[in-house]
Design a protein around this ligand. Structure first.
Ligand SMILES: Cc1ncc(C[n+]2csc(CCOP(=O)(O)OP(=O)(O)O)c2C)c(N)n1
Ligand SMILES: [Mg+2]
Length: 199
């Protein structure tokens, strides 16, 4: 098993805090697994929509949101395993080309939630190159704090679609779970976005 991800310098919880704090009107869709826990730990709030399942569904959900709400900035933050499962959605993102959408893959080269089995990014698969090949022009890979600082503005402000792989340390962390009540999560997100009269 490739061990290099165990010494990647970026800690995912810190990255989530940086992204969530970078723009107070940012809408965030998080993929099942660790990105849910990371953003909940960074600040459980109504502008985060955590997916509890639907592996492969984070990008399609974020794409729909971005297309429906073109004046809002949308960030999809998901895992490498989740992204690999729904990889074809990136071609649809490229075709639809919403200017307000950014996708960050927290790539720990592991299926973290299910026991840290290595994903294909631990060997040969490169998600940023794949996104580029599927037609997303603004792509790249972030591996340390300086690169994250340099790329932050692109992630939260640049014309999208923007895609970044963020190499994060493969580390076991305590679970910080969002509510498991899907109706509550949907309603709080809708109320935040559309006002209480939308419920
Ligand atoms: C269709 C489907 N297959 C498998 C699973 C089990 N599963 C849940 S989370 C997960 C791993 C997610 O890995 P990744 O997206 O890389 O997240 P992280 O490493 O950040 O936890 C898997 C395999 C599932 N929920 N749905
Ligand atoms: Mg992973």
């Amino acid at each position: 098993m490739s061990k290099r991800a165990e010494s990647f310098p970026l800690h995912r919880r810190e990255v989530a805090k940086t992204l969530l704090g970078a723009r107070e009107d940012l809408l965030v869709v998080t993929g099942l697994g660790s990105t849910n826990w990371d953003f909940t730990a960074a600040g459980d709030c109504a502008r985060i929509f955590p997916l509890w399942g639907a592996m492969g569904g984070a990008v399609p959900t974020g794409l729909g949101l971005a297309l429906a709400q073109p004046s809002k900035r949308v960030l999809v933050a998901t895992g490498d395993g989740e992204m690999l499962m729904g990889i074809g959605a990136l071609a649809t993102v490229a075709v639809q080309a919403p200017k307000n959408l950014a996708i960050c893959v927290f790539d720990n080269e592991r299926y973290g939630e299910t026991g840290m089995q290595t994903t294909h990014t631990a060997s040969v698969a490169d998600l940023a190159l794949t996104a580029q090949g599927l037609g997303i022009r603004n792509t790249g890979t972030i591996t340390d704090e300086n690169e994250l600082k340099a790329e932050l503005d692109a992630i939260i402000n640049a014309d999208g679609p923007v895609f970044r792989t963020i190499k994060v340390r493969a580390e076991p962390l305590e679970f910080v779970l969002p509510s498991k009540d899907g109706v509550h999560l949907k309603n709080r997100f809708r109320a935040e976005l559309l006002g209480p009269e939308a419920l």
